[in-house]
Design a protein around this ligand. Structure first.
Ligand code: ATP
Length: 354
């Protein structure tokens, strides 16, 4: 740095701002130029209101800069972000911030996690449809897509807008089909892989739970990543999950992993509300023949062994797949799958779980 730059930095450090810190420590200086003896820069205030209040301060800073040896002219301008919502500061790879207390979004009455051991068993499909069915039953529902490595909810709800952030910190969730929605998928390009370590995942989860303005919700469903990794661990340890639902297909490999997911919830002391068997049977639309493509009865046996209810048995269903891919979950309609999800929602409400 030149002598003049040093002198400018020293001067800027000498002004304490109300509320603590300096223009430099609070990162409010923009477009600094020192050319010959001409100095110019912008002070960016957090809001137009604060910019107005800082006018006297700006004039003092400008005058003091002009007095520095070697300065021929000084121009200090105040600016503030416009009121247009700007992109949230959900920085990729941000670490969890230290915070007091636990990650419990204010205004949310119940947190329900939806997990699976294995990927691809239909956990996100079940989450989206259950969210829609609960909303249709009159519940105020939020859905947090915490499947950080493979967020599917933007596609399943047909929304991919970047959420707004009026102050650059709080994030306004999106809303689709009566459900308040947030997904890491809204913040990243679809083809961008998330390669994060544990603390970064924790940071992202913390931001999605606590920076998002969820508002008043009867229930926030959390679509977990498959398996028993860092997101499950953080959620179990740092939040208060009221209940978990484990989705599995009847297939042995899926069930082995589902048992691990159940075991993880038990370790984290998260009460399991029950299991959902997805893709339990395929009924041929031509002849009505039932085929148990992924096996039969495995989920019921496991649930019985653990004294857990089987909350639903959902068949392999083309409409479910098409509706999910098309951005309008099948539970929005009137057909048999919509009825099955409506029944699941009703029973969860009646049991007091949501
Ligand atoms: N009952 C069903 N009938 C037909 N297709 C289904 C059914 N359930 C899910 N699918 C389809 O299976 C695929 C995987 O489902 P989904 O993404 O919900 O699984 P997942 O367990 O969340 O996967 P991942 O863990 O990889 O995110 C999707 O294409 C979905 O539409």
């Amino acid at each position: 740095m030149t002598q003049l730059s040093d002198a400018i930095t020293g001067l800027l450090e000498s002004f304490d701002l109300p509320g603590g810190g300096t223009l430099l420590s609070r990162d409010m200086i923009r477009a600094m130029r020192v050319e010959g003896g001409r100095v110019s820069f912008v002070i960016e205030a957090p809001s137009p209101e604060i910019a107005r209040q800082m006018e006297g301060f700006r004039a003092v800073v400008e005058a003091r800069i002009a007095e520095l040896p070697g300065v021929s002219s000084a121009s200090v301008v105040l600016s503030a972000p416009t009121q247009t919502p700007k992109a949230p500061s959900l920085k990729i790879g941000g670490h969890a911030q230290p915070q007091q207390g636990r990650m419990i979004p204010p205004g949310v009455k119940k947190l329900i996690a939806i997990g699976s051991g294995k990927g691809g068993v239909g956990k996100s499909t079940v989450s989206s449809n259950l969210a829609v069915a609960l909303a249709r039953a009159g519940r105020k529902v939020g859905l947090l897509d915490a499947d950080i490595h493979g967020p599917s909810q933007p596609r399943m709800f047909g929304v991919s807008k970047r959420p707004a952030s009026p102050d650059g910190k709080s994030i306004i969730p999106l809303s689709a089909h009566g459900v308040t929605l947030m997904s890491i998928g809204f913040m990243l390009p679809e083809d961008k892989a998330v390669v994060w370590r544990g603390p970064m995942l924790m940071g992202a989860l913390q931001q999605m739970l606590m920076q998002v303005e969820w508002g008043e919700l009867d229930v926030l469903l959390i679509d977990l990543p498959p398996g028993t990794g860092d997101v499950q661990l953080s959620l179990g340890q740092k939040s208060e999950v009221d209940g978990a639902i484990v989705v599995s297909t009847p297939q042995d490999v899926a069930l082995i992993d589902a048992k691990k997911a159940l075991d993880a919830f038990a370790t984290l002391k998260v009460p399991v509300l029950g299991m959902i068997e997805n893709m339990s049977v395929f009924v041929c639309p031509g002849c009505g023949l039932e085929s148990h493509i992924f096996g039969h009865g495995g989920v019921a046996t496991e649930a019985e062994r653990l004294n857990l209810p089987v909350l639903a048995q959902l068949p392999i269903d083309l409409d479910t797949r098409l509706a999910g891919d098309g951005g309008a979950p099948v539970a929005l309609g009137e057909g048999p799958m919509a009825q099955a999800y409506a029944k699941l929602a009703r029973e969860l409400i009646e049991s007091g779980a949501v």
